[in-house]
Write a protein that binds this ligand. Structure first.
Ligand code: RB5
Length: 146
């Protein structure tokens, strides 16, 4: 599985640790984020990863900024993206099972790296359940066409 990862200046170290963690587990990780702590603007990194997911250049996206909020908002502006910000594993898991999220975001200033790994693990391991949730996800995506 190929994962696109994106981050701003507040999450360089966290991005590197998560990238390494995923690569050790056998995932291919494409880095769309910055690698220096020089101040930058998070929207473009959220957009880049969102577009890569929708274009199927990568299977899923992971975004990290200070809070996870701004970068996930940017990704959610891309048609076809369902990005979720999580600071605990339960919501991450349920967001995939029920909402079929295709982008996960979290904050490098909110969660520690070990918690971030648990969030990522739960999210990646979960599979969309479909059924009644498919109808709801379809309704959600219809909003983009109104
Ligand atoms: C950058 O200082 C910070 O605003 C950004 O990383 C993020 O938290 C925005 O939502």
């Amino acid at each position: 599985m190929k994962i696109g990862i994106g981050n701003d200046h507040s999450a360089v170290q966290m991005k590197n640790e998560i990238k390494e963690y995923l690569e050790e587990k056998g995932y291919e990780v494409v880095n769309f984020g910055v690698d220096t702590e020089e101040s930058c603007d998070y929207p473009m990194y959220g957009e880049m990863v969102g577009r890569a997911v929708v274009a199927k250049e990568v299977d899923l996206g992971i975004l990290i900024c200070g809070t996870g909020v701004g970068i996930s908002l940017a990704a959610n502006k891309v048609k076809g993206v369902r990005a979720v910000v999580c600071s605990e594993p339960y919501s991450a898991k349920l967001s995939k099972l029920h909402n079929n999220t295709n982008v996960l975001a979290f904050g490098a200033r909110v969660v520690g790296v070990e918690l971030a790994k648990m969030i990522v693990d739960e999210w990646l391991a979960a599979e969309f359940e479909g059924g009644r949730h498919q109808r709801r996800v379809d309704l959600l995506m219809d909003i983009e066409n109104k």
